[in-house]
Design a protein around this ligand. Structure first.
Ligand code: DOR
Ligand code: ZN
Length: 362
């Protein structure tokens, strides 16, 4: 259904197509934290309602570092799904300095792993067992390049002398650019891109380099975290940066380029763990992720680019089929609650107490 609307821009009146509903192939989430135990049971239904598949992050305690642990985790995810859910978790292998290249090959070839995840040690939640130097996983990366397996990268250096707002840009110079020079065919997803430098790097790289973009990095800059008081629910890693970076991300996401696709990085932490003297990094955006992204595409007059970003570019990069089912989003107010119950705990969702203008139809 389409109606023609009129928008007064101040200097001129322009006609613009206004759409009231949007039907697209069912989207996937190419980066999510589903956690474990009671938290998994509380959050997995939100992701399964919005997405057909998701790349599931392996940063549990202990981390998912081999095929047996990934298969067990997948079983727990499937057991935690609501009865009516139609959802496929795609598992990842947490790389450590000691990862066995043959375990990675076996896991990929048997379908246990879809990708490997590189956490620089100490970069974020449960990354202490991560990689201290990519030279330590050279053998793993060679095998991945050989078999065409995707490396998902948390792209931040951890050096104490590097300002936290510069850690992504410095990672490109010190780690990612040299790595791709060394292994130019390695498939890399630069996860949760947050900077203008990141956008430029991915745009100018070859087709084996792509990026995911979260809803929060399209909506907020660092002011949201720091103006008028410290706002722990706007804190995630990599941190939101200056406005020019947010604008670069919005341009990239809505450009239609197949290098950029949806990855929510939904990362639930219970409310008390965020509202604390040392609050955890992570934004829980799973319940209204599509509504949140679509607000951005509408503001950028790029509704026609949404299906590519949400449903086509990700499977294309991963070499997986696109989903055959369709979902419809309708232009209808959607009130985001202040809190979402998670068993005995409570979660504060992204956009808490705001109204979004689209809603995923049931
Ligand atoms: O904000 C974040 N939270 N960034 C990450 O990289 C990890 C995540 C988490 O697991 O909480
Ligand atoms: Zn993440």
């Amino acid at each position: 259904m389409a109606r023609r609307g009129w928008r007064d821009t101040g200097s001129a009146i322009k006609a613009r197509d206004m759409t009231d509903s949007l039907t697209i192939r069912r989207p996937d989430d190419w980066h999510v934290h589903l956690r474990d135990g009671d938290m998994l049971k509380a959050v997995v239904g939100h992701t399964a309602r919005q997405f057909a598949r998701a790349i599931v992050m392996p940063n549990l305690t202990p981390p998912v570092t081999n095929v047996a642990l990934a298969n067990d985790y997948r079983t727990r995810i499937l057991a935690a799904l609501p009865d009516e859910a139609d959802f496929t978790p795609l598992m990842t292998c947490y790389l450590t300095n000691n990862t066995d290249p043959e375990e990675v090959r076996r896991g990929f070839e048997s379908g246990a792993f879809t990708a490997c995840k590189l956490y620089p040690a100490g970069a974020t939640t449960n990354s202490d067992s991560g990689v201290t130097d990519v030279a330590n996983i050279r053998g793993v990366l060679e095998v991945m390049a050989e078999i065409g397996m995707v490396l998902c990268v948390h792209g931040e250096v951890t050096n104490a002398d590097v300002d936290i707002f510069d850690r992504e840009a410095v990672f490109i110079d010190r780690v990612l650019a040299p790595l791709l020079k060394d292994l130019p065919t390695l498939k890399v997803v630069f996860e949760h891109l947050t900077s203008e430098e990141g956008v430029s790097f991915v745009e100018s790289a070859a087709d084996n380099v792509a990026a995911t973009i979260t809803p929060q990095h399209l909506h907020i800059n660092r002011n949201a975290m720091l103006v008028g008081g410290m706002r722990p629910h706007a804190y995630c890693l990599p941190v939101a940066k200056r406005e020019k970076h947010r604008l670069a991300l919005r341009r990239a996401a809505t450009s239609g380029s197949a290098k950029f696709f949806l990855g929510t990085d939904s990362a639930p932490h219970q409310r008390e763990a965020k509202e604390s003297a040392c609050g955890c990094a992570g934004i829980f955006n799973a319940p209204f992720a599509l509504e949140s992204y679509l607000a951005v595409f509408e503001e950028e007059h790029a509704l026609d680019k949404f299906e590519g970003f949400a449903s086509l570019h990700g499977p294309q990069f991963y070499g997986l089929p696109v989903n055959e089912e369709r979902v419809t989003l309708e232009r209808r107010d959607c009130s985001v609650p202040a809190l979402i119950d998670a068993g005995d705990a409570q979660l504060v969702p992204f956009h808490a107490e705001q109204t979004l203008r689209w809603q995923l139809a049931d």
